[in-house]
Unconditional design. Structure first.
Length: 195
C-alpha cells in the first residue's frame, strides 16, 4: 500500500524540516557555548593543570609530570606546612636563579610568623628541628639564614634541596601570589596518584 502526498503536504513539510534543522543547530551552538563557559569557569576558579619543567621538586614531582592544582583549597581552605603549592614566580627569581618563568611549584616550609634557620642538613622552625615526612633530597645545599616569615607570606623550598632555587634565594611568597594546592599527578600514567 502506498501513500500519496499532495503538493500542499510537501510545501508544509519543507518549512517544518528547515525549522527543525535551524533549531537543532541553535541547540548545538548553545551546548558548545555552555560547555566552553563551564570549562573556563572551572579553570579560572576551581582547578588548573600545570606541567613540571624542572627537577627542583624531585623525587616528588619529576620533569614532564602534569599535575592538577585546586584553587578552591587555597581560596576557602588553610595552607599547612608540607603542602605543595603553585604560585606566581616572585620578580627576584630571574635575577637570583636566571629563570624566566611565570609559575613555580614548591613545598611550604615556613608559615606566617615562623622563624627559620638551618644547621648542617637540619632545618629549624621556631627552634625545633623540622620533621620532613615527605621524600626529599639532601644535603640541604644553601643554608637558611635567620628568617622570620612575614604575615600572609610563606617560605617555600623544593624537595630536591641542593638543586632548588627557592625562598633561600628570592625570599618569601605572599599569599596573594598563590594559585593553588597541587593534589594529584595525572601524567605520566605510570605515576598517576595523589601528591
Amino acid at each position: 500500500m502506498s501513500i500519496l502526498r499532495s503538493s500542499d503536504d510537501l510545501e508544509e513539510t519543507t518549512p517544518k524540516r528547515a525549522g527543525l534543522r535551524r533549531r537543532t543547530v541553535i541547540e548545538w551552538i548553545l551546548v558548545v557555548a555552555i560547555a566552553l563557559l563551564v570549562s573556563l569557569l572551572v579553570r579560572t576558579y576551581a582547578f588548573q593543570t600545570f606541567y613540571i619543567p624542572s627537577g627542583s621538586m624531585e623525587p616528588t614531582l619529576q620533569i614532564g609530570d602534569r599535575i592538577v592544582v585546586s584553587k578552591l583549597s587555597v581560596e576557602f581552605g588553610t595552607i599547612h606546612r608540607g603542602d605543595v603549592l603553585v604560585f606566581k614566580a616572585p620578580a627576584r627569581v630571574l635575577s637570583a636563579c636566571g629563570d624566566d618563568v611565570a609559575d613555580l611549584v614548591k613545598r611550604v616550609i615556613g608559615l606566617p610568623g615562623d622563624h627559620l634557620t638551618s644547621k648542617g642538613n637540619t632545618i629549624f622552625v621556631n627552634g625545633h628541628a623540622l620533621n620532613q615526612p615527605w621524600t626529599h633530597v639532601e644535603p640541604l645545599g644553601k643554608s637558611i639564614g635567620n628568617v622570620t616569615v612575614p604575615a600572609n607570606s610563606y617560605f617555600m623550598m623544593g624537595d630536591n634541596e641542593p638543586s632548588s632555587c627557592d625562598s633561600r634565594y628570592w625570599g618569601t611568597v605572599p599569599r596573594s601570589s598563590i594559585i593553588g594546592k597541587a593534589f594529584v599527578r595525572i601524567w605520566p600514567l605510570s605515576r598517576v596518584g595523589f601528591i
